[in-house]
Design a protein around this ligand. Structure first.
Ligand SMILES: NC(=O)c1ccc[n+]([C@@H]2O[C@H](COP(=O)([O-])OP(=O)(O)OC[C@H]3O[C@@H](n4cnc5c(N)ncnc54)[C@H](OP(=O)(O)O)[C@@H]3O)[C@@H](O)[C@H]2O)c1
Length: 259
């Protein structure tokens, strides 16, 4: 697998966890993007300090205020990214932001189910719609035929928890809303791959592994995969994708995950 080469990329939920790791790895590529856009819902907050520090060292890193459940915030983010790109398109949209609630079949609620579904399934749809003109522009502006991430791509960070076949770690954490939201995100990825192929946009669902983040640790166990390994692995996988991979569900090591 070669290194990822993109002119521009946007990562949502980029202030901590896997999102921050993806930004760090994008900036550290041998050929880093001209622009790395880091979506963050509270850029001045305590939780964004590391991202702020990073942006003071990297002029190609732009922090974009982005609350992924707010259509007005999504539109403002797409407008500001478009302005910064000055007529060129966005190569890579990584829908990473998500939430998890530790509810069981007995304790799941309308409120949590709605909030999780809005964040994990609906927001990636709305973000992809808002950034579609920029993704199309990137695809049109890239030479050659076929699909690839260096041309234009949407990567939806999903989870093996959403795999209907695997029912991964059911005994440890039922997380009904989370599982349903990621299964829905997987279907969205398939739909996007069908609809956006003609625009030259590759769409993929990625499972990042069970990773050492706030979310990964919330079941009270230490996850086996570091943020570094997960983020680096996912970028490697993205770099290797071609036409045949659009609409697939892969993990951070490139293995196919069953739907
Ligand atoms: N960690 C794992 O083991 C694991 C396993 C499978 C899949 N995943 C997936 O990997 C992705 C990243 O997970 P993670 O472990 O890095 O999670 P995390 O440590 O909990 O971080 C979540 C990120 O999403 C952001 N976010 C949440 N809701 C948002 C909203 N409404 N608007 C904007 N940003 C929002 C958070 O921002 P704030 O700081 O503002 O809250 C934070 O930056 C998620 O899609 C998750 O489902 C993780």
């Amino acid at each position: 697998m070669g290194e990822l080469r993109v002119r521009s990329a946007l990562v949502t939920g980029a202030n901590r966890g896997i999102g921050l790791g993806l930004v760090q790895h994008l900036l550290a590529l041998p050929n880093p993007p001209e622009w790395v856009f880091a979506g963050c819902r509270d850029p001045k907050g305590q939780r964004a300090q590391e991202l702020q520090k990073l942006s003071s060292k990297h002029p190609n890193l732009v922090i974009v205020p982005l609350e992924v459940t707010d259509p007005a915030s999504i539109k403002a983010a797409a407008d500001s990214v478009g302005e910064r790109l000055k007529g060129s398109g966005l190569n890579l949209l990584i829908n990473n932001a998500a939430i998890l609630k530790m509810n069981s079949l007995d304790t799941e609620t309308l409120k949590d189910m709605s909030q999780v579904y809005t964040t994990n399934s609906i927001a990636p749809l709305l973000l992809s719609q808002a950034f579609l003109p920029l993704l199309k522009k990137a695809a049109q502006g890239s030479p050659g035929s076929g699909l690839s991430c260096s041309k234009a791509a949407i990567a939806n960070v999903s989870s093996i928890g959403g795999s209907i076949t695997e029912m991964y770690m059911w005994e440890t954490a039922q997380c009904i809303a989370y599982r349903c939201s990621k299964a829905a995100l997987n279907m969205l990825t398939r739909c996007q791959s069908m609809g956006y192929r003609e625009h030259g946009i590759l769409c993929v669902a990625l499972h990042p592994g069970w990773v050492q983040t706030d979310m990964g640790s919330s079941a009270g166990h230490v996850p086996p995969v570091t943020v570094d390994a997960s983020a680096g692995g996912m970028l490697k996988v993205l770099s290797s994708l071609s036409e045949k991979d659009t609409g697939t569900f892969l993990d951070w090591e490139g293995n196919v995950v069953p739907w």
